[in-house]
Design a protein around this ligand. Structure first.
Ligand code: URA
Length: 211
């Protein structure tokens, strides 16, 4: 999406100087740039703390998120909250939770490539304003679009990785399973727990929980 100099709402959204300004402008303008807007109830921008050092990136809103206008409030989000709480991480306080797309894909299908690409400037703007120290990619859609690794064959080959990338300067990146996948295959939960523990250890080691 280009920033059209004559499009006042795009200017207000993508030109926002603060996260709160960005949020207010996007909610006010109510994006209709892709087909997902036609069936949504709410634009779902986030949940949590915009001043947090950790940003979690999911796929897109499901039915509960669409109804409430908040990210990760359904079963997958509740599971994630519980597994973070087990290591004393509060997702509402220590994290900001974002998604690749801001509107619910019908029938909870993954977003199509054109939908994800259309929505990406909003996610990039959010990350630009928040400048997280740690960026967690939850599942294949986040890896594919927010990290741009469209070539990955399976989550198994990348999950648990910790790395930096010029794409997100100043952030340490981590790849986790999506919590909805853990709901579908609870045998993978111990791996998710191990990754959350590694995140917590990193935050403690780097003194990122104190500020
Ligand atoms: N799954 C996601 O990827 N995001 C949400 O907000 C909820 C479920």
């Amino acid at each position: 999406m280009q920033l059209d100099l004559f499009d006042q709402s795009a200017n207000a959204i993508l030109g926002a100087k603060t996260y709160d300004e960005f949020r207010a402008a996007l909610l006010k303008a109510g994006c209709t740039k892709c087909r997902l807007s036609q069936s949504r109830t709410h634009l779902v921008l986030d949940r949590g703390n915009p001043r947090a050092k950790v940003v979690l990136i999911g796929e897109g809103p499901g039915a509960d998120e669409d109804a409430q206008g908040k990210a990760f409030v359904g079963r997958a989000g509740q599971l994630m909250d519980r597994l973070f709480r087990a290591v004393d991480l509060d997702t509402n306080r220590h994290c900001l939770i974002l998604n690749v797309v801001k509107c619910r894909p019908p029938d909870n299908r993954p977003p199509a490539a054109d939908e994800a690409d259309t929505c990406m400037p909003f996610l990039k703007k959010q990350l630009d304003l928040v400048r997280p120290k740690v960026l967690v990619f939850l599942g294949a859609t986040a890896v594919k679009y927010a990290l741009g690794r469209k070539e990955i064959e399976s989550m198994e080959s990348v999950v648990g990785q910790m790395f930096t990338t010029p794409q997100y300067p100043g952030a340490t990146c981590l790849i986790f399973y999506h919590p909805a996948f853990i709901l579908r295959d609870p045998r993978k939960q111990p791996i998710f727990e191990q990754h959350v523990r590694a995140l917590k250890d990193y935050l403690v080691r780097e003194a990122l929980l104190t500020a």
